[in-house]
Write a protein that binds this ligand. Structure first.
Ligand code: SF4
Ligand code: SF4
Ligand code: FES
Length: 271
């Protein structure tokens, strides 16, 4: 298949037709920030953290959901694109309690040198959500949610479980489990796909244990920190025994007992 020639920040490159600008740039070693898009999930283009300029277009373009075209001239790091991406990150952060670790969002903000201006923070003070710890293995903290819908696509499309949906309108839009049930009382089958998909930690695995002042040194961690992976003796790559699709996973083992499980990427994991 012949390639498509485009220009990225003044550099002519040949890329595969059909790729998004984001994918084409990544293949050329240029990372464009992105949050609602990740490998293995359908692109939705709802967060705008990946905005770039395309010559001849008045509006900035979401690079994750725009395909490359022959002769396309893309400015990833023009002052306008950089400024708008920074504003998007700042607006997202301003909706969350300050000072938290929001995973990929915090990383993207740190890389862009973005912090929330106090005047903006004062205007957007978010209403806190109740934390949902009803599930034995996972917890939900919607204070950290940016409504990117990665968990919705992971649950509905990758795993075809259809547990997570979106409810509400406008600023009240939020994810729900079944008919707004607590996660632990929903039809969730505990596959963990939403945990792996969530970029901010709004849905996360519960720590199996926390180090105390007495045990922290032995686990090589700090008091209060999760000891989940520090405590393992070994890891064993295996296959999920649940439904027969054959998703790959890795067991973390201590004293010949499985203490936690992580997904391991493979063709069957994508449904
Ligand atoms: S863990 Fe539950 S809610 Fe999350 S993707 Fe799997 S079935 Fe859906
Ligand atoms: S819970 Fe996580 S993955 Fe789901 S919409 Fe919120 S931030 Fe995105
Ligand atoms: S990553 Fe492109 S719009 Fe979210």
């Amino acid at each position: 298949m012949s390639g498509v020639t485009i220009e990225l920040d003044g550099r002519k490159v040949q890329v595969q037709p059909g790729l998004s600008i984001l994918q084409a740039a990544a293949n050329c070693g240029v990372e464009i920030p992105h949050l609602c898009t990740c490998d293995g999930l359908r692109t939705e283009g709802n967060c705008r953290s990946c905005l770039v300029e395309v010559q001849g277009e008045r509006n900035l373009v979401a690079s994750c959901s725009r395909s490359v075209k022959p002769g396309m001239v893309v400015q990833i790091n023009s002052p306008r694109a950089v400024k708008n991406r920074a504003l998007v990150l700042e607006l997202m952060l301003s909706d969350l309690p300050q000072g938290g670790d929001y995973g990929e969002l915090s990383t993207a903000a740190a890389q862009a040198g973005v912090t929330v201006r106090p005047a903006l923070q004062a205007q957007r003070a978010p209403a806190p959500h109740a934390h949902d710890a009803s599930h034995p293995a996972m917890q939900v903290n919607l204070d950290a949610c940016i409504q990117c819908t990665r968990c919705v696509r992971a649950c509905r499309e990758s795993q075809v479980n259809g547990v997570i949906g979106l409810a509400g309108r406008g600023a009240d839009t939020h994810i729900v489990f079944d008919l707004s049930d607590p996660m632990g009382l929903s039809s969730c089958v505990a596959c963990g796909e939403c945990v792996q998909a969530c970029p901010t930690g709004a849905i996360s695995a519960k720590p199996l244990a926390s180090a105390t002042h007495e045990t922290a040194e032995a686990f090589g961690t700090k008091p209060g920190q999760c000891v989940r992976f520090n405590a393992q003796d070994k890891t064993v790559d295996s296959v999920c025994p649940y439904c027969g699709v054959g998703c790959l996973l890795t067991y973390h083992v201590q004293d010949n007992k499985i203490i936690s499980v992580d997904g391991r990427d493979g063709p069957a994991n994508h449904g």
